[in-house]
Ligand binder design. Structure first.
Ligand SMILES: [Zn+2]
Length: 497
């Protein structure tokens, strides 16, 4: 017998009590969400709105359509008769999270592997993903459109499409740039594909090529950011040259805190073709050894003045350091990773390899100085964004899970839990120019929300304790999220044969 839409809906709203049905499919869930048309009322919830205000206990939050309509004191808010009331006593409501640095990639064979991540991100409370370049852009842009028009379940996607690199790109799918003309053509190309911004990657873009990318992007209405061409330009050159966002603070921002930046980078160039080219570890260590706090403070002023945003990706660095030292076969999320991506993560078959002990020792100093820099950036008002760098080849950066690791590491660097949460909520909205309509839990804003079972301001690790996710006003209960994860695990197992 077919269940009515209302029955289906009621079934999906059992909040944590439903068992996994044998014939679950994400498309069924999509139908269930489409059937949710009545207002949602979360009663007696503690709101952590991410504006910076303290937690607001005993609230009722009413969601109508895809908006937060009312936030008021519990019992003082009059509920309409058709509202679906969700007793959220003991629960904490935060905005939906952004992962501001992730990748969908690995070639056409790995499209199903990447597709499964859409469910995983949602299950971790992530309602927005900034995709930072890969080799399946047409697919990613299709997902972006389908999610936006409601025919696919997943977090909102923003994507650069292919990265822009030098003449011999490091990654498949990147667009090679040889001169000013090809730089402009590359920006035109990603724009015509549908890119939301431009991701640059080359270590040695000549300054005129860098300037051409920024200029062409401005004409096309796109911002530019990514890695810095540190062999040809200093951090301050790039900031003054119009870069909008910088990724991986321990590498591309740390250099700007060293008064010896230029000499160190010149040494990288000098040793480039030698038998002993400088490794990333050595580079970071050299920056760290010559870290100058006054110069770092000066740099934060430049970043603020030019409105340049930084995505630290601390968890990515930690992940690299743990390679060969942690048995990731035992990771609780192992079961969600398809064999194709797992192979790119395994040091035996992938591109990343464990560090030597002496390298780990050097990285310790780089991590320490990076933490000082992160705290300084936060204090001085630099916009920080939380990003995991999850993706094929980026070993064991489990999607979703890693973003929460990042929040924890931001707190360990000296941010308050509120500031860490803002790096994944309010700050992305500010960065995107969308704060008036999203990024916080306030009346009138888009209802992308995450409901937690414990207080993340008491312990940031509670950000992982997800009870429900509201996506554009539609609720995914814990049972729904578990269904989605179960579906991913089943598919991963099948792919494993
Ligand atoms: Zn990346």
């Amino acid at each position: 017998m077919l269940l009515s839409r209302r029955d289906l809906l009621r079934k999906s709203l059992t909040l944590g009590t439903a068992t996994v049905s044998a014939n679950f499919a994400p498309s069924l869930l999509l139908d269930l969400l489409a059937a949710q048309t009545d207002p949602l009322a979360f009663t007696n919830v503690t709101v952590i709105d991410a504006t910076g205000a303290p937690a607001l206990p005993g609230r009722t939050v009413v969601v109508v359509g895809d908006r937060i309509e009312t936030i008021g004191k519990f019992r003082e808010v009059k509920l309409s008769k058709n509202a679906t009331v969700i007793d959220a006593s003991g629960k904490y409501m935060i905005p939906g999270l952004w992962d501001m640095h992730a990748h969908f990639r690995g070639g056409a064979d790995l499209i199903p592997d990447n597709e499964a991540w859409l469910s995983i991100f949602l299950a971790y409370g992530i309602t927005g993903v900034r995709e930072m370049g890969g080799d399946i852009p047409e697919t990613v842009f299709r997902w972006r459109a389908e999610i936006a028009n409601g025919t696919r379940l997943g977090p909102r996607i923003l994507s650069s499409g292919p990265k822009l690199d030098g003449p011999k790109p490091d990654w498949p799918g990147s667009i090679p740039i040889t001169d000013v003309a090809s730089a402009r053509a590359a920006v035109d190309k990603v724009k015509s594909m549908g890119a939301d911004f431009v991701k640059i990657y080359s270590r040695d873009f000549p300054p005129d090529v860098f300037a051409a990318i920024v200029d062409e992007a401005r004409k096309q209405g796109l911002s530019v950011g990514g890695h810095l061409p540190f062999m040809t330009m200093t951090t301050r050159d790039a900031i003054n040259g119009g870069i909008r966002f910088i990724e991986h603070a321990s590498l591309f921002v740390l250099g700007g805190c060293s008064r010896s930046e230029k000499q160190i980078d010149d040494e990288v160039v000098a040793r480039r073709e030698s038998k002993t080219p400088m490794s990333w570890v050595e580079l970071m260590y050299d920056y760290a050894q010559t870290f100058d706090e006054d110069w770092a403070r000066e740099l934060t002023g430049e970043l603020v003045q030019h409105d340049v945003w930084v995505t630290p990706t601390l968890a990515a660095m930690k992940g690299n350091e743990s390679l060969g030292r942690v048995d990731y076969e035992q990771h609780p999320d192992r079961k969600y990773i398809f064999p194709g991506i797992w192979k790119t993560w395994d040091p035996k078959t992938g591109l990343r390899h464990p560090f030597r002990d002496d390298q780990l020792e050097q990285l310790k100093l780089a991590d320490e100085k990076t933490a000082t820099l992160i705290k300084l950036m936060q204090t001085r008002g630099v916009g920080l964004l939380a990003g995991s760098d999850s993706g094929a080849t980026n070993s064991y950066r489990f999607p979703g899970w890693t973003l929460h690791e990042e929040l924890k590491l931001l707190v360990e660097s000296g941010l308050s839990p509120t500031e860490a949460l803002q790096a994944a909520t309010r700050n992305p909205a500010r960065f995107l120019g969308e704060l008036p309509r999203s990024g916080t839990v306030e009346e009138g804003k888009t209802a992308n929300l995450t409901l937690l079972t414990a207080n993340p301001l008491e312990d940031i690790r509670n950000s992982k304790k997800i009870d429900a996710v509201v996506l554009k006003g539609k609720i995914l209960s814990r049972a729904d999220l578990d269904h989605m994860l179960e579906d991913v695990a089943t598919k991963a197992a099948a792919a494993n044969g």
